[in-house]
Design a protein around this ligand. Structure first.
Ligand SMILES: NC(=O)c1ccc[n+]([C@@H]2O[C@H](COP(=O)([O-])OP(=O)(O)OC[C@H]3O[C@@H](n4cnc5c(N)ncnc54)[C@H](O)[C@@H]3O)[C@@H](O)[C@H]2O)c1
Length: 347
């Protein structure tokens, strides 16, 4: 049996889910001869200690102690502003890092992190879990096989039922960087094309506090790809029907929708049509539960050298370039060209 100890920092909304998944992974990993133990920390020590007790994990009071305890990998699930220092700490400790998206609050803050990873020979997987979702994987295979003909339109939707706390939004970088960055990543990954221009508009008809911290609760971006194909990326924090994440891809031969099933948070206006009839997803955790588990398995396999990095930080920063352009377009009200990456990026 191969024994791995994973350290996790940050047991908030998503960190608790990653911790639960890591503990549950052993059911799948033991038959492969892998055993994972978890050690976790959070500045909210009382809460973190309680999570550790509930999950049978070990609690340590700080990141330095966690890294000094000899972990084989580090999972970072703290707020975005802390990602750069924690990625650096993991790389300096010589352990592979899984870090929630995004790498940093914006591209300018991400570039020194990329340089640190490169110069330190670090391995960092970013948490773009949609790359593990069955629907997006199926769509990618269909595009690669040319099943849809040539693509004329892509429409991506990401809607939460309710906003996270305003304190979270104030430190999130804005709706496009926090939320739509998943769509920007998946559009690049699916199409193999770069987004070169963004025109964004947004609105604030919900809690006025969201506007007060400089964010919008709803936004739409028109994106143009490097071959001229157009698409839209739409997001809202106020989708009462449910957590709605979809991608419509229309081509000259056929069309495909990711996220269209019985649980889609949408109802037909057509008389007699009761599809979809299931209970809509309420949260990202529900919608992507299998994908979040799969990305943790991928991280374990990455640590063991059994697979290439499925979400390299360079890709995440390429998506962040699009998000930065969208935030800038939102601010200025005019289309914005996406900054070119002089080093080139991978998919
Ligand atoms: N991939 C996804 O679908 C997805 C979904 C939600 C959030 N996220 C990302 O995950 C990150 C966390 O989001 P969240 O909603 O869980 O936030 P959160 O505020 O609920 O949780 C963050 C936790 O980190 C702790 N923390 C903050 N700084 C720390 C530090 N220096 N050391 C130790 N603990 C620290 C906080 O006490 C808190 O418990 C964000 O970067 C967000 O963008 C990703």
């Amino acid at each position: 049996m191969e024994h791995l100890t994973l350290g996790l920092v940050g047991v908030g909304r998503i960190g608790v889910m990653h911790a639960e998944n890591l503990v549950a992974l052993n059911e799948e990993l033991h038959p492969q001869g892998i055993d994972v133990q978890l050690v976790l920390t959070d500045v909210a020590a009382v809460h973190a200690r309680a999570v550790a007790e509930r999950l049978g994990a070990r609690f340590v009071p700080c990141v330095a102690e966690l890294l000094a305890s000899g972990v084989d990998g580090l999972v970072v699930a703290t707020g975005t502003a802390t990602h750069p220092e924690l990625i650096r700490a993991g790389v300096d400790a010589g352990v592979p890092v899984f870090c929630e998206k995004p790498v940093a609050l914006d591209v300018a803050d991400s570039l020194p992190v990329l340089e640190h990873i490169r110069s330190g020979g670090g391995t960092v997987q970013i948490g773009h879990q949609r790359r593990f979702d069955a629907g997006y994987l199926r769509a990618r295979a269909a595009l690669e096989a040319g099943e849809l003909g040539w693509i004329h339109s892509l429409r991506a939707v990401t809607c939460d039922m309710a906003p996270p706390p305003v304190e979270f939004l104030a430190a999130s970088g804005g709706l496009f960087r926090d939320c739509s960055v998943h769509d920007f990543d998946i559009l690049r990954w699916l199409t193999g094309r770069e987004i070169v221009e963004v025109y964004a508009r947004g609105s604030n008809n919900g809690d006025p506090a969201i506007g007060t911290v400089g964010d919008v609760d709803t936004a739409l971006a028109v994106v143009t790809f490097d071959d001229g194909t157009v698409g839209t990326v739409s997001a809202s924090r106020y989708n009462g029907a449910g957590h709605d994440v979809r991608l419509e891809i229309q081509g000259s031969e056929s069309s495909l929708t990711v996220g269209l099933d019985e649980r889609t948070a949408m109802r037909s206006a057509e008389p007699g049509v009761d599809f979809p009839s299931g209970t809509p997803h309420r949260t990202f955790a529900e919608r992507f539960a299998p994908a979040y588990r799969a990305e943790m398995i991928a991280f374990v396999e990455l640590i063991l050298g059994r697979r290439p990095n499925p979400c390299p930080p360079e890709d995440a920063v390429a998506a962040a370039r699009v998000a930065d352009a969208a935030q800038e377009s939102l601010r200025t009200g005019v289309p914005v060209r996406v900054a070119v990456d002089p080093a080139g990026t991978t998919r």
